[in-house]
Design a protein around this ligand. Structure first.
Ligand SMILES: Cc1ncc(C[n+]2csc(CCOP(=O)(O)OP(=O)(O)O)c2C)c(N)n1
Ligand SMILES: CC(=O)[C@@H](O)[C@H](O)COP(=O)(O)O
Ligand SMILES: [Mg+2]
Length: 587
């Protein structure tokens, strides 16, 4: 058991002899335990150097080794759900020496990526896609006459999403050679919530008396009802049971299911004791580096707003799809457990559940990352917006998010939301505006969204008051100038002001993307020939596009320059570096 993250590279001679899975397959089974030990040591070291997802990878060390040992990768397929647990897979598939570049600009990606390696069969980052994608591969290989095996590895958290069940429902009624491995560690990022998690955990307790490796009749019933051939649960850290179970499952044709139990953070004592805290870590700083005091983030201020507002209004309900820590609903959940709902990884359900709550007279607030809101688009349109229901979306991690890269960037929410009739969309420039906009969205009758970025902004100590903003009204910050007006939407007001000061431009904090302050724009159009818009969102379809649509309908002869995220995928790097390379590039 490791108790510390090594700060120097550990000695891992056996691991160093494995450049690719073929090297692993040449070793006798007896050496796999030693490989696992060395893989864990190296993983601890490398994640300590780069930061990143931590507990999930430690939990699948034996599974990763066993799968590469038994499969003929890369000919056979392996799809890692979410992909946050794929670091051991990367280490065994030719990328060991690049691990220290992980999450850095031009370095390894933090999730599987098809462009990065032929061993990465499917790009992930969002959860619950693995069974669908694996089924597609298995069916295509069958149609093409290829004799391959395909494995989807899905966690108990990812299994809570509707999409996973849609795929199970389909897969079981094909004759595809697909194996679903359920990696059950009884954890999502936080505690795994809901009936399925309870069912699996309850059965596991009941089954503790089973002999090693024997089958659970109770859990089998669920997956066999869907026509999978089920085996398990077995100890996913014990090669003695893991290898035979995998061999058996891989040699049988048709849809197979293997249920393994593992420990998140396995082998590193602090992570086993605190799997939530060690879901992901920041990189280790040398002890000589002075400790930075942690500034409250936009998410933290949202958490404070939620608690404050819930204390005043009994109707408030707070909802998170499995991100209570990230979105910071912790204090609220402790103060008002009966009004707090972690609905598991179920973004679609979260929104329609909120719609139902709003129909029955409560005031739901859904805290959701911009990138995961993409999952629930129809629910927003069909269940909330058409019925003009009173739901507030606190859209977190809007814009570029840094090291998680393109899968997690929140670049599309304005474009997606802006075309929905009746939506109110607000873009706070700082934490003070975030607070006021949350007040405003909460009091507004009908759907509203406040989008705010990852990390902290320019006003770390906002004044918490009950003020409400006039809907659709911008804030003219520097007036009395003519020529060019800068229209700021969101967190880059300081950069916009710098430019305005330097070039003697007018400066407007637009605040609302929808409704747009067309009255102010019309006034500015009389004295300005140029507009420059700035936003933390894709240029196509974003706030600048809203301005473009408006001015195109007028007879204004001026020009508009839109600064935002360009029409390409922005890869992992620090958020600052991403912004410098994109939004700020031509400012
Ligand atoms: C659609 C979607 N919603 C939320 C997340 C955030 N998220 C990443 S990992 C995770 C927990 C996954 O739990 P599980 O599948 O059991 O994997 P474990 O971390 O326990 O190994 C969550 C909620 C995501 N990646 N995708
Ligand atoms: C894998 C995943 O989807 C989450 O763990 C995500 O990386 C969290 O992002 P934040 O660090 O912004 O909360
Ligand atoms: Mg889990």
């Amino acid at each position: 058991m490791f108790t510390h993250i090594p700060t120097t590279r550990p000695d891992t001679p056996l691991l160093d002899s494995i450049d690719f899975p073929a090297d692993l397959r040449r070793l006798p089974e007896e050496q796999l335990v030693e490989i696992a030990q060395q893989l864990r040591a190296f993983l601890l070291y490398s994640v300590g150097q780069t930061g990143g997802h931590f507990g999930a990878g430690l939990g699948v060390v034996e599974l990763t080794i066993a799968l590469h040992y038994l499969l003929n990768t890369p000919k056979d397929h392996m799809v890692w759900d979410v992909g946050h647990q794929s670091y051991p897979h990367k280490i065994l598939t030719g990328r060991r020496e690049q691990m220290l570049s992980m999450r850095h600009k031009d370095g390894l990606a933090p999730f599987p990526r098809r462009e990065e390696s032929i061993y990465d069969d499917f790009g992930t980052g969002h959860s619950s896609t693995s069974i669908s994608a694996a089924l597609g591969m298995a069916v295509a290989d069958q149609l093409n006459g290829k004799e391959t095996k395909t494995v989807a590895i899905i966690g108990d958290g990812a299994l809570t999403a509707g999409m996973a069940f849609e795929a199970l429902n389909h897969a079981a009624h094909t004759n595809a050679n697909i194996l679903v491995v359920l990696n059950d560690n009884d954890m999502s990022i936080s505690r795994n919530e809901g009936g399925l998690a309870t069912y699996l955990a309850k059965n596991l307790k009941k089954d503790l008396k089973r002999t090693k490796g024997s089958r659970s009749e109770t859990t089998a019933a669920l997956f066999e009802a869907l026509a999978f051939e089920y085996r398990g649960p077995i100890d996913g850290h014990d090669f003695e049971v893991l290898l035979p179970a995998l061999k058996d499952a891989l040699h049988k044709p048709g849809p197979q299911f293997l249920h393994i139990t593992t420990q998140k953070g396995k082998g590193f004592q602090p992570a086993e004791a605190d799997p939530v805290g060690y879901h992901a870590i920041t990189k280790l700083e040398p002890i000589t580096t002075p400790k930075k005091t942690k500034q409250a983030t936009f998410a933290n201020h949202f958490g404070r707003w939620l608690l404050h507002t819930a204390q005043q209004d009994k109707r408030l309900i707070g909802i998170t799809p499995a991100m209570p820590e990230g979105s910071d609903l912790i204090a609220f959940s402790q103060a008002f457990p009966e009004r707090y709902f972690d609905v598991a990884i179920a973004e679609q359900h979260a929104l329609t559940f909120a719609a139902g709550l709003a129909c029955a007279g409560t005031k739901p607030v859904v805290a959701i990352y911009s990138t995961f809101l993409q999952r629930a688009y129809d629910q927003l349109i069909h269940d909330i917006a058409i019925q003009s229901l009173d739901v507030l979306l606190a859209v977190d991690r809007a814009g570029l998010v840094g090291e998680d890269g393109a899968t997690h960037a929140g670049c599309f929410d304005i474009a997606a939301l802006r075309c929905i009739p009746g939506m109110v969309i607000m873009t706070p420039a700082d934490e003070q505006e975030q607070w006021l906009m949350l007040n405003t969205g909460y009091q507004h009758k009908g759907p509203a969204a406040v989008r705010y970025p990852r990390g902290s902004g320019a006003c770390p100590t906002p004044i918490y008051n009950d003020e409400i903003l006039p809907i659709g009204k911008a804030r003219l910050l520097i007036s009395g100038r003519s020529g060019t007006a800068i229209l700021n939407f969101g967190p880059f007001l300081a950069e916009a002001k710098k430019l305005a000061d330097k070039e003697q431009h007018t400066l407007v904090d637009m605040r609302f993307v929808k409704p747009l302050d067309t009255e102010l724009l019309s006034i500015l159009m009389k004295t300005h020939q140029h507009f420059i818009s700035i936003e933390d969102h894709a240029v196509q379809g974003g706030a600048g596009s809203a301005v473009a649509e408006f001015v195109a309908q007028s007879n204004w002869q001026g020009t508009l320059k839109i600064h935002g995220i360009p029409d390409r995928w922005i890869e992992h790097a620090s958020r600052e570096a991403q912004c410098v390379d994109t939004i700020f590039k031509y400012l």
